[in-house]
Every structure is written in structure tokens, then in C-alpha cells.
Design a protein around this ligand. Structure first.
Ligand code: FAD
Length: 339
């Protein structure tokens, strides 16, 4: 167990915002966490973080930051066609995907190279290239601030696009400790999304390793590596609009890209709208819009959380003025009462 005061969070957020937590606690097991919670040392204001790849700290955090260091992949049952594995919430998500590929377990490979930890992946319902983690989750193990353990079945997690019950403000007292995932032992892939098939043409055969490598290559080409340039991935969610709104936009902008979710709902790429407003590659001080992908905001060096926030607000207001669509941040704002 690690307990620190006035602890720098620079290495705990991929935007590389230089802020401190008044208190910081890291635990290695459920028992350690429960002992800590039952000792009464938890502060009234607290935040459980993962790797901080979806957080934007607006200022120093005056409460207590908690972090899980629970690691490990344990096979809990294995049949001819699938395997159930129990994974520590503090494990790096991409290390887990690499482990699946090595073991020839199918299902997680399209989610290769997504930053962050396993627990947060289940909070966020991470997704990429036609796969969401909810498709693989069997159950989620938790401990609440009273130190009570509870396991949620996947149906109880209320999964939707980048959403789960664990994202609700009233559920912030629930900490994910382990995630149980069901992976296939039968060879199967999801290749019909974006440029996955095209990238695979560079390989002589299609297997788990080549699919993972293709996904990694595509991502490395278009997304900035947080080790080199601070960022939080896609800053905004892709807005979902009504058929009426979609038809209005289509008549004004016939080239608008879209994805029909149902007869009544259409998803529009936020990146396209931001690009149309002329933001791609622009910067205000050290806060900028990535030159290869307008949906990603970056920290060119010494940007503060407020600098990034102000840039995001300027973008939202341009998109609202031009298209009448309100962008919602995918990144979680932390501090200043979360604005
Ligand atoms: C370059 C880049 C690319 C990205 N690409 C994608 C992508 O393709 N698809 C995608 O879906 N996302 C993507 N993301 C976003 C991000 O990687 C995911 O949201 C990821 O799951 C966040 O994990 P984390 O460990 O960093 O969590 P954090 O950012 O630290 O936390 C995220 C949320 O989870 C909560 N939380 C964290 N751990 C726990 C826990 N154990 N118990 C309870 N609550 C917890 C936090 O309070 C917070 O609300 C990208 C980010 C970056 C920087």
C-alpha cells in the first residue's frame, strides 16, 4: 500500500498536466483496499483513477486520489470453445490484449493499443474498430466505499456507447477491482471496419498477431502517442442526431459523413465537423488540435488543464454555431467542480 501527500499526478495523466493530489493512495489487493476503507481514512472528496488517459485535471486535486495496483490474469474456467479469465483492474489494458494474443484467445485484438487499465476499460466501455469491451465482459467485481464486495453481471452494468452504470455520479463510490472476460478459443475476427482489411493486405496471412499488428499500425499512423505528446484520445463523443436534424444537415452539406444507427438516429463524426470549422492543426498557446486528427486535443508542452478546456469550449461553440450540434466531451473534467 502506498500513501502519499501532495503527490504529483504528472505521470498519472496522459495529457501531462502538471497538477498535484493532496492525498494519493495505491492498493495492491481487495483486502488492502477494504482495510483502508474501513479504517476511516478515506477523505470526503475522492477520485479513483486508472492511467489518467481519459481525464483532464483543471487544477490541483484537493481530495484523495485512489489507484489500483491489482494485477494478474487468472483462468477461472476453460472449455473447448471459450475461456473465462479474471483480470486485475490495475493491469494495463494493452498488456492484457497482448497476453490474449499470445494465448490464442480471440475477441480483444481490435482493442489493441488503447491506453489505460482494465478496470477503467470496464467503466468506459472502451471501443474501437467495431468491437466494444462489453462484448467480452462476463462480470465486474467491485468494492464500495463501505468495504462491501459486489459482483455485477454484464447485464447489470447498463452498457451503452462509452457508458456504463459506473460512470454515473451516484456510483462513484464503487471501485472496480477485477473484470471477468469471456474470450473465444475458436478463430474469428472483426475485419470490416475502417481500413483494417486494407492494412492486413501488407501481411501474408491473417492470424491473431497480424490483426493486432494491423490495428497497432493504423492507430500509430493517426493518433499521437501520449509518451511523446500529451493527449486524452478522442476529446468529444460523436454526436447522435435525429432524422430531421440529419436531413437538414445533409441538405446544407451533401458530403457530410454519417452512420445510420436506426431509422430515427444518425451518428455524425465530430472530427469532420471540427475540421470543417477550420480547427485541425490550430493551437492557442500550448493547447492545440492534432494535425492528423481533429478529434484529438493535445498539450504541446506547458498547457494547463484550463488551457485545454478553453480550447475545447471554443471548438464546441464553433460547431454549435455552424451546425447547430452540441458536442459532448468524452474526456472527464476533474476539478473546479468539474465545470
Ligand atoms: C491516445 C489515446 C487513444 C485512445 N483511444 C481510445 C479508443 O480507441 N477507444 C476508447 O474507447 N477510448 C480511447 N481512449 C480513451 C481511454 O484510453 C479510455 O477511456 C481508457 O479506458 C481510460 O483508462 P484509464 O485507465 O486511463 O482511466 P482514467 O482515465 O484514469 O479514468 C477513466 C474513468 O474511469 C474511472 N475509473 C478508473 N479506474 C477505476 C476503477 N478501478 N474503479 C472505478 N472507476 C475507475 C475514473 O474515475 C474515470 O471516471 C484513448 C485515449 C488516448 C490517450
Amino acid at each position: 500500500m502506498i500513501e502519499k501527500k501532495d503527490y504529483s499526478l504528472l505521470e498519472h495523466n496522459t495529457f501531462k498536466i502538471d497538477v498535484c493530489a493532496k492525498h494519493f493512495v495505491e492498493y495492491n489487493s481487495e483486502d488492502e483496499l477494504i482495510d483502508f476503507l474501513q479504517s476511516g481514512k478515506l477523505k470526503k472528496t475522492f477520485l479513483h483513477i486508472g492511467e489518467g488517459s481519459n481525464l483532464l485535471f483543471l487544477n490541483d486535486y484537493q481530495g484523495m486520489v485512489l489507484h489500483s495496483a491489482i494485477q494478474g490474469v487468472e483462468v477461472i474456467s476453460e472449455l473447448d470453445d471459450y475461456v473465462l479469465v479474471r483480470v486485475g483492474a490495475g493491469m494495463s489494458w494493452d498488456d492484457f490484449v497482448a497476453h490474449c494474443v499470445e494465448k490464442l484467445w480471440y475477441g480483444a485484438e481490435n482493442l489493441s493499443l488503447i491506453p489505460g487499465e482494465v478496470g477503467a476499460a470496464a467503466v468506459q466501455n472502451i471501443g474501437a474498430y467495431g468491437v466494444e469491451i462489453k462484448d467480452l465482459i462476463y462480470a465486474v467485481e467491485t468494492v464500495d466505499i463501505m468495504g462491501q464486495r459486489k459482483t455485477y453481471s454484464v447485464a447489470d452494468c447498463e452498457y451503452a456507447y462509452r457508458y456504463s452504470r459506473f460512470k454515473k455520479v451516484e456510483n462513484k463510490h464503487i471501485f472496480i477491482t477485477r473484470v471477468i472476460l469471456k474470450l473465444s478459443k475458436i478463430e474469428q475476427y472483426h475485419l470490416d471496419y475502417g481500413s483494417v482489411r486494407k492494412e492486413l493486405l501488407k501481411h501474408t496471412e491473417v492470424d491473431l498477431s497480424t490483426v493486432r499488428n494491423a490495428i497497432i499500425a493504423i492507430r500509430e499512423e493517426k493518433l499521437p502517442n501520449p509518451c511523446h505528446i500529451g493527449n486524452g484520445g478522442s476529446f468529444f463523443m460523436n454526436p447522435i442526431v435525429s432524422k430531421l436534424k440529419f436531413e437538414e444537415l445533409k441538405s446544407l452539406y451533401p458530403e457530410i459523413p454519417y452512420y445510420e444507427l436506426s431509422q430515427a438516429k444518425y451518428k455524425i463524426p465530430a472530427a469532420w465537423m471540427i475540421d470543417q470549422c477550420g480547427w485541425k492543426g490550430k493551437r492557442i498557446g500550448d493547447a492545440g488540435v492534432y494535425s492528423k486528427q481533429a478529434l484529438v486535443l493535445v498539450n504541446h508542452g506547458k498547457a494547463t488543464g484550463k488551457d485545454i478546456y478553453e480550447l475545447a469550449e471554443a471548438i464546441r461553440s464553433s460547431v454549435k454555431n455552424k451546425f447547430g450540434v452540441i458536442l459532448k466531451p468524452e474526456v472527464n473534467y476533474i476539478g473546479s467542480d468539474s465545470i
